[in-house]
Design a protein around this ligand. Structure first.
Ligand SMILES: Cc1cc2nc3c(=O)[nH]c(=O)nc-3n(C[C@H](O)[C@H](O)[C@H](O)COP(=O)(O)OP(=O)(O)OC[C@H]3O[C@@H](n4cnc5c(N)ncnc54)[C@H](O)[C@@H]3O)c2cc1C
Ligand code: FES
Ligand code: FES
Length: 506
């Protein structure tokens, strides 16, 4: 049905040869763009806009935070804080970027900037533009609103400050986000939104073919499938929160890149037929409310997945497709019995998520295929589910290990058990011996002990910079105990005490 050869593919699509976006409200066209040029490099080197800072160049510190506005699949404009250091420029085609230089209106500081001054929330100031932009994105999306200290902490989990201390910054956040928009600001924002809609309407599929590499932004799955059939060696990209670092930290080069995040059908989330289908290009920020509606047990886990600016770009499909042994979604998804949906020009196939991972950084995805969706069975009444992440920091840290537990209990005995771990093997992996040991048993202390013992036969973890093998083995056993304590039948039930629940003494 679709032309499979390269020349035809390139000729047939309606493509833009240059990248267009709005920068602080002004239209910009960029030609001769190296596909992996980061937005941060472009702002500082090409535009002389040095307000956006470089700290870590890996999405961790927030010094480079900017606001990106685009139009979602339902036609709504959304404003998101994004890390400019790991966004490749062509990914901004058809979008609006606001930097710290663009937030004041007519020389009057924005309420977010004014609050940072009023609350003494800046010392050396290196981090300040990043905090301002994270708050500005929230202001554009939700203000005016009252926020709690805990909400501020979650909102700013991706912004680090080394000298001021977070209390004045949190005060500034709470002050700023409660301020209503001024008439001058509303007028400016409306003009920018109109300009964005006009720009986006005129933007087709982006095709760059320069000396520094090729870039494709297909806008439909049919176009993506044709593109991958013609270029099976192309690197698929979505939110760039893994691949961006391969460029900035490992200095890897990418001769061909195909961006999947501009395809509306890959942004769908639908609950029907007893399952939740999550499109591969759905970001973690978008996925969170859907996941929490069905699995409120994921609340803490999802809040601890990276930080808001990373979750605003990072996709569910990217996490699953990357197949990192310490990726945080897979233990939960595997425990819930999820399947991965793969599509290509020749059709669609699905497989259990655990079968997708063949070996370290090797998946069952064939050339020309892309991950289209993750399909998760909706919870049954008999189901008890938990997911745990163990890392050195609470926020924004890589897991030493991560575990998903799901048991179905009918008439007092376990009829199904699915336990999956990350960080215990070269791939995310099920603990099949521990699962077997639980079948037919009541959820009691004896069952917990047999599961713990069986677990020793399931994994031979390694020692690395995050933790030793002995630590991983011990913590995995402890998580089995925690699961049992939390889901044990009424009466024996225990509730975890969390640091955040403790009150500060006056
Ligand atoms: C600061 C920071 C903190 C992070 N914290 C966490 C964390 O707490 N937990 C965690 O698990 N991860 C974390 N990550 C890693 C990353 O954010 C996630 O893995 C994310 O979900 C990747 O999605 P992406 O869209 O950005 O993928 P990309 O970087 O665009 O791509 C990642 C990989 O997936 C492939 N790919 C992407 N989409 C598809 C598709 N549709 N079909 C086929 N292949 C595809 C790409 O080829 C690539 O191999 C963090 C990253 C950063 C920078
Ligand atoms: S420079 Fe640190 S997050 Fe971008
Ligand atoms: S004010 Fe110096 S790092 Fe925050």
């Amino acid at each position: 049905m679709f032309p499979q050869n390269k020349q035809l593919y390139t000729k047939l699509i309606m493509s833009d040869p240059c990248m267009k976006f709005l920068l602080n409200g002004e239209p910009v066209s960029v030609t001769d763009l190296p596909p992996t040029l980061s937005l941060l490099q472009y702002l500082r080197q090409n535009c002389a806009l040095p307000g956006t800072k470089e700290g870590c160049a890996e999405g961790d510190c927030g010094a480079c935070t900017v606001t990106v506005a685009d139009i979602d699949a339902d036609g709504r404009i959304r404003h998101r804080a994004v890390n400019a250091c790991i966004q490749f420029m062509p990914a901004l085609h058809g979008k609006a970027v606001t930097t710290v230089e663009g937030v004041a209106v007519g020389g009057v500081p924005h309420p977010v900037q004014q609050a940072m001054v009023d609350c003494h929330a800046s010392q050396c100031g290196f981090c300040t533009p990043g905090f301002v932009m994270s708050l500005y994105a929230d202001f554009r999306a939700h203000a005016p609103r009252e926020v709690t200290r805990q909400e501020v902490d979650s909102l700013l989990a991706g912004n680090l400050c080394r000298c001021t201390g977070y209390r004045p910054i949190a005060d500034a956040a709470r002050q700023a986000l409660a301020v209503p928009r001024s008439p001058a600001e509303s007028a400016r924002d409306e003009a920018h939104e109109k300009a964005l809609r006009t720009l986006a309407r005129g933007c087709g599929e982006l095709v760059l073919d320069g000396a520094a590499g090729k870039w494709f932004t297909p806008k439909t799955e049919a176009s993506l499938a044709r593109c991958l059939a013609a270029h099976p060696d192309a690197r698929i990209i979505a939110g760039l929160t893994d691949v961006g670092l391969w460029a900035t930290k490992q200095l890897r080069t990418f001769p061909k890149l195909v961006l999947v995040s501009e395809i509306d059908s890959l942004h769908r989330v639908a609950a029907s037929g007893g399952r939740l289908d999550i499109g591969a290009a759905v970001t973690w920020s978008e996925a969170m409310p859907h996941l929490l509606r069905h699995w409120p047990e994921m609340q803490e886990h999802l809040l601890r997945f990276a930080s808001p600016p990373v979750r605003n770009s990072a996709t569910v499909g990217g996490n699953v497709a990357n197949g990192s042994p310490i990726g945080d979604s897979m233990p939960a998804f595997i425990a819930l019995g999820a399947e991965v949906v793969l599509r290509s020009l020749s059709g669609e196939r699905t497989m259990p998520l655990e079968a997708f991972y063949l070996a370290y950084q090797q998946t069952a995805r064939a050339d020309g295929e892309y991950v289209a969706a993750i399909r998760v069975p909706l919870p049954a009444r008999s189901q008890r589910f938990r997911v745990y992440k163990v890392s050195k920091r609470f926020d924004q840290d890589i897991s030493a290990l991560c575990a998903g537990f799901m048991v179905k209990v009918e008439r007092g005995v376990v009829v199904e058990a699915r336990i999956a771990f990350g960080g215990m093997a070269a791939t995310p992996k099920r603990a099949t011996r521990a699962e077997q040991a639980l079948l037919g048993r009541t959820l009691d202390e004896a069952a917990m002990q047999v599961a713990q013992e069986a677990l020793d036969g399931d994994f031979q973890p390694i020692s690395d910079m995050r933790s030793s093998a002995a630590y991983r083995r011990q913590v995995a056993r402890n998580l089995v105990k925690r699961f049992f304590l939390e889901v044990a039948p009424a009466g024996e039930h225990a509730t975890a005490l969390r640091l955040a629940d403790l009150e500060v003494l006056p």
